[in-house]
Design a protein around this ligand. Structure first.
Ligand code: CMP
Length: 152
């Protein structure tokens, strides 16, 4: 079982796509362990996107990610990190396959609606940036017996 950080970005909130996007993760059988809306500050943006801070597109990315609230989610599931990345599709909405969130709803490299952690190390680091330990809800889903076999 893995846990990953998902952010519904300002374009997702402003375009009123939150419900549809959250539904994609629910429909897949993933479990939402934590969720909250917050305003990303420039400092949090620099921490989150530390690997991009020196890149030419970073000022524009910071301006975008701080322009409206985001929704941060912790999502659990078998191989959740890769499964969620596959549901999102390629970074650019212009390159993302049809059927993925970005392929279906985005035509942009920057305004690609959703962020998700790309590795276990990133997930651990990013979850700590957005959530305290007590914010994760540990509950048994009523549907789990019909989502996968016991030995999966
Ligand atoms: P995300 O998955 O959140 O990770 C980094 C983000 O930077 C990415 O989604 C895009 O929103 C943005 N991004 C990546 N590459 C570029 C680029 N070349 N120009 C502008 N924004 C980019």
């Amino acid at each position: 079982m893995q846990r990953t950080l998902v952010l519904l970005k300002p374009d997702c909130v402003q375009r009123r796509l939150m419900g549809k996007i959250i539904g994609r993760f629910e429909d897949k059988g993933l479990r939402i362990a934590a969720m909250k809306m917050l305003q990303v500050t420039p400092e949090l943006s620099r921490q989150h996107y530390a690997e991009h801070v020196e890149k030419p597109f970073y000022p524009s990315l910071e301006s975008f990610i701080t322009s409206a609230p985001v929704v941060a989610m912790a999502i659990d599931g078998l191989e959740a990190i890769q499964v969620v990345r596959d549901i999102l599709g390629a970074t650019s909405g212009l390159k993302a396959a049809a059927g993925t969130i970005r392929g279906d709803y985005s035509s942009s490299r920057q305004m690609n609606l959703v962020h998700a952690s790309d590795s276990e190390a990133s997930a651990t680091r990013e979850l700590e940036l957005y959530f305290n330990a007590e914010e994760f809800c540990d509950y048994e889903e009523a549907t789990v017996a019909f989502l996968r076999a016991d030995d999966e």
